[in-house]
Ligand binder design. Structure first.
Ligand code: EPU
Length: 338
């Protein structure tokens, strides 16, 4: 049985603590309820918006028309074959709870993604990544409901079309799919991945790379950079790291010799926007009214309390302009505008 609520305030359902009301709102706890919510919206001709943990969205002050479906589909199952384990989680599971589960079982693969806020179902959408691992490395398949028909479909990893902070599900077509479960591959054989600079530095004088230790290290590093979203409104990194041509990188490097750059397999170069905002534009810790760029990580936008979506948008746009003026680079939001 699903209960559709009118006029639900969405600031309660986002980690930025911002947003007007959903015209209609329903939380679904299993696949049957999810199909029932989709069918109801189709019958009543209501546009559908899916919400997970609300940790990567900026909901407008005027709210969302139609039916907002909050994914609370839980459940974790696993299938082991030798050293390899396939773990399937309901898309409404808290992603970090799943990681706590795999780490407790002694299964390697997800630990570098520890403490990323949000739900399992949101992770493939923007190909979440941290500390050298991204969802594209560990996802095997996912199931989703086509919100135009109510039918279920399975996507293999290649069909998800993963790219840096992007996937098929960010495209206009992909937005029609409501992800209900995700299957990840993990392994019982030790596979420590500590090449990311912060982790390498953390483990410098140590040789104890056990699973619990890597999870603890990631949590420790993150806590020095990201605010606790239950205390301070935030959506983590607000912008994507820009990807530029080698020519643009060489030109910028001649002006800013210290500028780091990470060459990608196809020759283009990913630039750390946090570094640019901090060292070139000098915005780390900048606060305007109720909004600011966090004092410990310049890529993280924070709502100090009472900010509106309009205020955040204006602030974010002013940052985009400053970056463009200083570097010529057009940066894009990582956060999705709803
Ligand atoms: N840096 C600065 N000053 C700052 C921030 C960063 O100099 O204020 C420098 C750092 O010293 C480092 C570089 O910029 O040399 C990159 O910083 P960091 O390693 O913190 O990573 P990031 O590129 O800023 C990305 C992801 C995060 C993820 C971290 C760790 C994006 C948009 N963000 O941030 O993703 O946690 O790497 O791997 O790709 C998230 O968005 O919430 C998230 C989990």
């Amino acid at each position: 049985m699903i209960t559709i609520l009118p006029a639900e305030p969405l600031h309660r359902h986002t980690t930025l603590n911002v947003g007007g009301e959903a015209e209609y709102f329903v939380a679904v706890k299993d696949k049957t309820e999810a199909v029932s919510a989709v069918t109801t919206a189709l019958e009543k001709n209501l546009p559908i918006t899916i919400l997970g943990g609300g940790s990567n969205v900026l909901v407008s002050d005027s709210g969302i028309k139609g039916l907002v479906i909050k994914n609370k589909i839980t459940g974790i199952t696993s299938e082991q074959s030798g050293d390899n384990i396939l773990v399937t989680a309901g898309a409404g599971e808290v992603f970090d709870d799943l990681i706590a589960h795999t780490v407790a079982k002694g299964w390697w693969g997800l630990e570098n993604l520890s403490h990323i806020p949000g739900t399992v179902g949101a992770t493939p959408v923007q190909n979440v990544g941290a500390y050298g691992v991204e969802i594209a490395d560990v996802l095997v398949s996912l199931t989703a409901i086509d919100t135009r028909t109510g039918e279920e479909r399975v996507f293999s990893a290649p069909e998800c079309e993963f790219w840096y902070r992007r996937s098929f599900f960010k495209s206009a077509l992909g937005r029609h799919y409501f992800i209900t479960s995700v299957t990840f591959k993990v392994q019982s054989e030790a596979n420590p991945q500590i090449a990311y600079r912060d982790l390498e530095r953390y483990f410098k004088d140590q040789t104890d790379y056990d699973l619990e230790h890597i999870r603890a290290a990631v949590i420790d590093i993150r806590s020095t950079k990201f605010p606790d979203w239950s205390v301070l409104g935030t959506a983590g990194s607000f912008f994507q790291n820009p990807i530029v041509s080698p020519t643009v990188y060489t030109e910028l490097k001649s002006r800013y010799p210290e500028l780091p750059g990470y060459e990608q397999t196809d020759g283009v170069v990913k630039l750390p926007l946090g570094w640019i905002l901090d060292k070139i534009v000098g915005l780390k810790g900048l606060r305007v009214g109720n909004v600011g760029m966090y004092e410990n990580q310049a890529l993280v936008l924070v709502n100090y309390g009472g900010a509106t979506a309009a205020e955040i948008t204006a602030f974010a746009e002013s940052i985009q302009e400053k970056v463009a003026a200083a570097t010529g680079i057009e940066i894009e939001w990582e956060v999705t505008k709803l």
